[in-house]
Each structure stands twice: as C-alpha cells, then as structure tokens.
Design a protein around this ligand. Structure first.
Ligand code: DAH
Length: 339
C-alpha cells in the first residue's frame, strides 16, 4: 500500500493541468466518490493494526496534496475567460471604474474657461502668506476686524505669517511683479478660523479677478460680470450690483444674480427675494495701486472675488457645504457627466 501511495503522491506533484477540464479529471480521479482516495480509505480496514497509524498519516497527506493542487489551479482558471478549450484573449476586459472630477473642480474649470474667453490669464500665489500680501497692501487698517485671531489662522511663532484668508493676496503679487495691462484670474484655496456648518467651513475655494489698464471703468466691470453670470447660469440671468465696502476697492459692490432656481419668482434658496448674492467687486483703490508700485494717476482697474463653493451650490442645488469635503462616492459620482 505504501508504494502505491508514494506513486500517487508523485503523480499529484507532477500534475499541471492546462485547462479546466484536465483539472476536473484530476478531481474525479483522486477526490471523486469512486476515486483513489475513497478506495484507499476503504482498504484502510485491512491494514495491519501496527501499520494503521503510518498508513493513516500517508493517506491523509495524499488527500491534502490533491486538495491543495485543486484549489491552486481552480482560482487561476476561474479568473480567466474560457471558451471551449482555449482562453479568449480577444474578449474585452472588465471595464475599469474611472473616478470623476470633483464638483468644485468642474465649476472652477468652467469659471476659468469663461474668463479665458474674455482674455483673462490664470495666476497663482502661495497659501501661506505674509501680512503684507493678505492685508496691509490691500489697504486693511491695522485694527481691521478681519485681522482678528478669530478669522485668521496665524502661525504661532511668527504673527506676520498666516494662511491666506482670501485670494485677493494674489492680486498684490501680480501687480508687484508685472506691468499693466493686467488681466488675470486667480483660483485657489483659502482658510478661515470658522466653525464648520452647512454654510461655513475653515477651508474653501475662491477665484479672484483683476483687470488693470488705462481707462478701465465701472462699465467694464459690470459688463464682464454680466457676461460671466449669463455664461455660468444661463442666458436669462440678470445681475444687480449693491453698494458695499471692501478696503481694497472704491467704490465697492456686491453682485446678486436673479435666482437661477425659481427664475426670480421667489423660493427658499433666494429667501423669496428673487436674488442671490454671488460675489464682491469694485474699482481697485488707488492706495492699493500705490502699495504695489502702479501709478494710480495713469491706471485704473477693477477686481472681483467669488467663492467656488457658493457658485457650485447654486448651480447644482446643493444645500450643505460639508458634502464637498466628505469624499462620499454617492455624492461625487453624480457629477460624472460633467467635464
Ligand atoms: N476678498 C473678498 C472676500 O474674501 C472678496 C472680494 C471682494 C474680492 C471684492 C475682490 C473684491 O477682489 O473687489 O470676501
């Protein structure tokens, strides 16, 4: 019996099936109901008592080997597509699930594309800023509340350094480093020390716009923003400018668009006013030009800044800002058709 088992073991070791059918034959021969192992276990009754222990061990070893072989090849055959006796290598592969662009990126790219059609370039600046670029050069008085620890993330060791609170800092860098005409937008992340809620976050995204040249007027600002609003929210969109205050623009305004959800009739998004605010803007304050080395007697300009989250929420009717940062696939995949 022992020699028989040794031979079977060798046979199992050397066995290399080339297809599923060969493997099935092997299973029937060794592990089937009428297979070799069943026979061996049946013969086991006739083994002399002093041999029983050894034989039992050998039969079990053979059984384990055969089962292992079967498992190893089963997996590799199951993962391949088999047609008849051959693998069909021409069959299309399983589709690979592609990720989708984040809604904030979709909208940022759309905004960039709208302004680039008007000749705006894209510029960039650091997220860790100094007081000069984030506040002082932008005409923020020393005691302005926006410098308060509550709004700004300062660096402990150096109160001159902070995480930028707005992309207006990039305006300063661009004006310091280039000569008019300047026509640029600056998308980027900004940070504020705010409690996180459905309407506020400590991290969000803005796009800043800046146009500086001779004879730039408020009419240019209004026309540029009207074009943007119509391209972004549809041809029927109206805009309205309300007087406001920003240290770096004079005059300053906030821009509303006619509510894109109810078309201006009044709904809970526009709080039944028919209008929703989307951005701040104004004519660049002469002090800012002087701070950046541009002659305010020769040049004028306009600037605007908008929150990408806000635009995205209005465009896609999203009511909770936190959804943008949770990476929930069920939320993100709804934007798969957008570019
Ligand atoms: N920086 C402003 C903010 O974060 C937005 C802003 C308003 C930007 C008016 C501008 C502007 O360029 O002219 O709230």
């Amino acid at each position: 019996m022992q020699t028989k088992i040794d031979e079977y073991k060798k046979e199992v070791d050397l066995f290399e099936p080339s297809n599923k059918e060969a493997l099935e034959q092997f299973r029937i021969r060794f592990l089937g109901k009428k297979g070799i192992l069943t026979d061996l276990f049946a013969d086991f009754k006739n083994v002399a008592p002093d041999q029983k222990r050894l034989m039992g061990q050998l039969i079990n070893e053979l059984k384990n080997k055969a089962e292992q072989k079967l498992e190893t090849y089963k997996e590799s055959f199951e993962s391949l597509v088999v047609v008849g006796n051959t693998f069909d290598l021409s069959r299309p592969a399983e589709p690979i699930k592609l990720g989708t662009r984040h809604p904030l990126s979709v909208v940022r790219n759309e905004i960039i594309s709208i302004f680039s059609r008007l000749g705006f370039t894209v510029s960039d600046g650091p997220e860790i800023e100094d007081d000069w670029h984030n506040f002082s050069a932008l005409n923020f008085p020393q005691e302005h509340p926006a410098r308060d620890m509550q709004d700004t993330f300062f660096i402990n060791k150096n109160p001159d350094i902070a995480l930028r609170t707005h992309t207006s800092s990039v305006q300063v860098r661009v004006m310091e480093n280039s000569k008019p005409p300047i026509c640029t937008i600056s998308p980027g992340r900004v940070f504020r020390n705010e409690a996180i809620s459905a309407r506020a976050h400590c991290l969000f995204h803005q796009i800043e716009g800046l146009y500086v040249d001779k004879d730039v007027s408020f009419i240019d600002l209004k026309q540029t923003l009207l074009y943007f609003a119509k391209e972004m929210f549809g041809e029927k969109t109206k805009i309205r400018l309300r007087p406001s205050y920003f240290p770096f623009t004079e005059p300053s305004a906030e821009m509303d668009i006619s509510c894109n959800i109810c078309g201006g009739k009044g709904c809970n998004i526009c709080k039944y006013s028919g209008w929703v605010e989307i951005l701040g803007c104004g004519m660049v304050d002469p002090n800012v030009f002087t701070n950046c080395g541009i002659d305010s007697n020769v040049y004028t300009g306009f600037a605007f800044g908008m929150g990408i989250e806000r635009i995205t929420m209005l465009k896609y009717e999203i009511n909770d800002l936190r959804l943008f940062f949770e990476n929930d696939i069920r939320f993100l995949k709804q934007f798969s058709s957008a570019v």
